[in-house]
Ligand binder design. Structure first.
Ligand code: SF4
Ligand code: SF4
Length: 348
């Protein structure tokens, strides 16, 4: 289902004002960087912004969350109290198509054979409103190489495209359609001129992307053959194990569980889920002291193999949507596009 409408830019704020009952999130500039935040003042929402440092993933899958609280009564009997997220409706504006595609990948992880009620509760109550990347928000964008596009609708409820004085607003899902129905009178039908300009905007947006992966479909097989190669030692030499690449990745989803005591006697506290990263040495540390990924090489290999081999083998998708954040933000300039280019030429 898609339903295209035209929204004059001056009607954007009146539309958002009609969304009473929704928490509104959007990219906002704070201390010189762009991040997704809950916005009260609509003037904070900007139609043009570079790539946000973090993806909107953190709104659906928070960096830290309490899963349940525990207590112990006088007889020593424990009680557990589940702390599921509230039922508040949310709308996130300005979602980049790569980040929306990444949400479809985390949906596989948290909604496959084991349903994660915390993730699902937030996901179901969240409407994703995307914005076509007329200009790539990062010089390291490469979404078309991994099955996406700067105007992909995948994972979005609405895709908006900026045509200068107006937006084309395309409701992709029923959730998106409902959001448009809150202010029907503000939207009009697209004209032939609108459709022509939209088609040009889409073509131009694709042509402006400068980076790409060569033959991405060959990567799973190539990576499998070079598992034991010393190539990984060389490529990982500079890694300082900061984990930025994975913390900022919209598709990474690994987490750790810890119990925090607020009282030791009687035992009382909470279980917390926190993002974790395969780039930390103790991520795979066993209680015996053995670590199957003891060095930087095995951890870098894991990051790339997970995204470009294992996930493809299990789910038929790359676990990367080409947002470019891990490249732009790595403090030692480890560049997965360059590494994967060399993978093609590697003699196993
Ligand atoms: S961001 Fe760069 S230095 Fe930091 S863990 Fe990732 S690859 Fe290593
Ligand atoms: S692996 Fe890098 S480029 Fe791919 S989605 Fe994650 S952060 Fe973006």
């Amino acid at each position: 289902m898609t339903m295209e409408k035209i929204l004059p830019k001056k009607s954007f704020a009146p539309w958002v004002k009609k969304l009473a009952g929704f928490e509104v999130y959007a990219p906002v500039e704070k201390d010189g960087v762009w991040i997704y935040e809950a916005v009260e003042d609509l003037k904070e929402i900007s139609p043009s912004y570079p790539n946000t440092v973090q993806a909107p993933k953190k709104i659906i899958f928070p960096q830290t969350e309490t899963l349940f609280e525990f207590d112990t009564d006088e007889e020593g009997q424990p009680t557990l109290t589940e702390t599921l997220p509230g039922k508040k409706d949310r709308v996130i504006f300005g979602v980049r198509p790569c980040d929306a595609r990444a949400a479809t990948l985390t949906d596989i992880v948290f909604g496959g054979t084991i349903n994660d009620p915390y993730y699902q509760a937030r996901r179901e109550k969240t409407v994703l409103v995307g914005l076509t990347c007329n200009h790539p928000p990062s010089p390291n964008c490469f979404c078309p190489s991994v099955g996406g596009s700067p105007h992909s609708r995948e994972g979005l409820d609405i895709l908006m495209t900026d045509l200068g004085d107006r937006y084309v607003v395309d409701a992709v899902t029923e959730k998106g359609e409902k959001l448009l129905s809150k202010a029907k009178n503000l939207f009009t039908k697209p004209t032939d001129r609108d459709r022509r300009e939209l088609a040009t905007a889409f073509t131009d947006s694709e042509q402006r992307i400068e980076r790409s992966l060569r033959d991405a479909n060959q990567l799973p097989g190539k990576l499998k053959k070079m598992f034991e190669s010393p190539f990984w030692d060389e490529k990982a030499l500079g890694c300082i194990r900061c984990g930025i690449c994975t913390y900022l990745c919209p598709a990474c989803h690994c987490f750790d569980l810890t119990d925090e005591l607020t009282s030791a006697s009687p035992p009382k506290g909470r279980r917390i889920r926190t993002w974790d990263t395969c780039q930390f040495p103790d991520f795979t540390m066993h209680s015996s002291g053995h670590n199957p990924r003891p060095d930087r090489a095995s951890r870098l290999r894991q990051r790339l193999n997970h995204k470009f081999q294992y996930f493809v083998e299990h789910h038929g998708e790359f676990q990367c949507t080409g947002c470019g954040r891990c490249i732009s933000r790595c403090p030692v300039s480890i560049d997965i596009i360059d590494i994967l280019e060399e993978v093609h030429d590697h003699e196993s």
